[in-house]
Write a protein that binds this ligand. Structure first.
Ligand code: ADP
Length: 335
C-alpha cells in the first residue's frame, strides 16, 4: 500500500530510509531524534557533525549505522507558534525535501514520524493531515511506499468534529442492529412477502439503475461477471485510466496488474473496498462489487459502518478514510 499509517517505534522499521525529526544543529536532541541516535550508535552523530546543521524545512541524508534501515534523512520541522507563522509551509517542505532525497537515493520504502508534533508542539491531527496530503501528492507522481509512524496513539485523535460524527454514526447503526429482539425479527420475516426472484435477477437492489430492463441473457452475464471484470468495466465506465484508479485506491501497481490479469482474483475486503472508494461507487454499487469478492457490509462491525459513513457523506478521500479507520483501531484500506 503506498501510504500506510502504522503504530511503531521508528527505530525498528526495516525500510530503506527513516526520517528523523531533528533540530537545526543536527547534533541530537530528545524525542525521536534521541531514540534514533541511541539506536544508530555514535557514528551517526560523527557524520551529522560534518553537515553544518540544517535550516527549518530542509533535509539532509546520512548513513544509518546500527539501525535496520539504509539511510537516515534528517529534517527540521517548524516550532508551532499558533499556525500564523508559516508553520504549515515549512512542514510541507520537510516532507517534500525528505522525499526528494529518498528518491535520489533510490529508496523504495520510507518511514516518517509525525514531524513537529512532539516538543515542537504542532497539533497532532493537523500534523498528520499535512503528512498525508503532502506524501499523497508526491506519490501521485512517484512509486514508493511511505509509512507514517504514530508512536503514541493515545494522544492522537483525528479532528474532534469528524471523530464525534463518526462515533455517533456508529452508535446509531449499532443501536439499529441490536435493538431488534429476535422475536421481532422473526415476526417481520414471517410478515414479509416472498421475494420476487425474477425481479431481483433483473434489477437486484444493488444493481446500478437501468433505464430499460436488461434481457435475461444480459442479466445472467452480469451475474457471471467476476470481481476483476466488474472492476475493469467500472474503470472504463468512469472514464478513468488504470493508474488513476489504483493510485486513488492506495493500491500498488503490482497488485493491480495481478488483479487485471487474473479473471478470478479474490481480493481482501479492504482491497475491494479501496477500489469501490476510488471509483466513487454508491453504497448499492459498493455492495455489489464486494459481493463479487464474497464480502458484504454489515452494521455489526465498526469497519463496515465507518466505510458506510464516508460513502453516505460522499467523501471518497481514501486517506481521510484511513485516518478515521486508524483512529478507531480498524484495518486500513488498500493492499
Ligand atoms: P519534534 O521536535 O519535531 O516535535 P519529537 O521527537 O519531539 O519531534 O516528536 C515528533 C513525533 O515523534 C511525536 O509525535 C512523538 O510522539 C514521536 N516519536 C517519539 N519517539 C518516537 C519513536 N521512537 N518512533 C516514532 N515516533 C516517535
Amino acid at each position: 500500500m503506498p501510504i500506510q499509517i502504522v503504530r511503531n517505534d521508528i527505530t525498528k522499521m526495516k525500510v530503506d530510509a527513516i526520517v528523523n525529526a531533528a533540530n537545526n544543529s543536527l547534533l541530537g536532541g530528545g524525542g525521536v531524534d534521541g531514540a534514533i541516535h541511541k539506536a544508530a550508535g555514535p557514528k551517526l552523530l560523527a557524520e551529522c557533525r560534518t553537515l553544518s546543521g540544517c535550516e527549518t524545512g530542509g533535509a539532509k541524508i546520512t548513513g544509518a549505522y546500527k539501525l535496520p534501515c539504509k539511510f537516515v534523512i534528517h529534517t527540521v520541522g517548524p516550532v508551532w507558534q499558533g499556525g500564523g507563522f508559516g508553520e504549515r509551509e515549512k512542514l510541507v517542505s520537510c516532507y517534500r525535501r525528505s522525499l526528494e532525497l529518498a528518491k535520489k537515493a533510490c529508496c523504495e520504502t520510507v518511514a516518517f514520524p509525525l514531524i513537529s508534533s512532539g516538543v515542537y508542539g504542532y497539533p497532532k491531527d493537523q500534523a498528520l493531515r499535512v503528512a498525508v496530503d503532502t506524501v499523497s501528492e508526491f506519490l501521485s507522481e512517484n512509486d514508493m511506499t511511505v509509512y507514517i509512524v504514530i508512536f503514541d496513539k493515545a494522544s492522537y485523535r483525528i479532528g474532534e468534529k469528524l471523530f464525534k460524527d463518526i462515533e455517533e454514526y456508529i452508535d446509531d447503526r449499532y443501536a439499529e442492529e441490536h435493538t431488534d429482539s429476535v422475536s421481532e425479527r422473526i415476526r417481520r420475516m414471517n410478515a414479509a412477502p416472498m421475494p420476487d426472484f425474477s425481479k431481483s435477477i433483473q434489477y437486484g437492489d444493488m444493481a446500478p439503475m437501468a433505464a430499460a430492463a436488461p434481457s435475461l441473457a444480459d442479466a445472467v452475464k452480469q451475474l457471471d461477471e467476476s470481481f476483476s471484470e466488474m472492476l475493469l468495466r467500472k474503470i472504463d465506465e468512469r472514464g478513468m485510466t488504470d493508474s488513476q484508479c489504483y493510485k486513488k485506491a492506495n493500491i500498488d501497481r503490482k497488485l493491480f496488474s495481478k488483479i487485471r490479469s487474473d479473471r478470478l482474483y479474490k481480493p481482501s475486503k479492504p482491497t475491494a473496498i479501496a477500489f469501490a472508494i476510488a471509483l466513487e461507487l454508491s453504497l448499492g454499487e459498493t455492495k455489489e462489487l464486494l459481493m463479487k469478492a464474497g464480502f458484504a457490509l454489515s452494521h455489526s462491525n465498526k469497519f463496515d459502518i465507518i466505510i458506510e459513513y464516508f460513502i453516505e457523506h460522499g467523501n471518497y478521500n481514501i486517506f481521510e478514510i484511513n485516518e478515521a479507520l486508524f483512529a478507531f483501531d480498524q484495518s486500513l484500506l488498500g493492499a
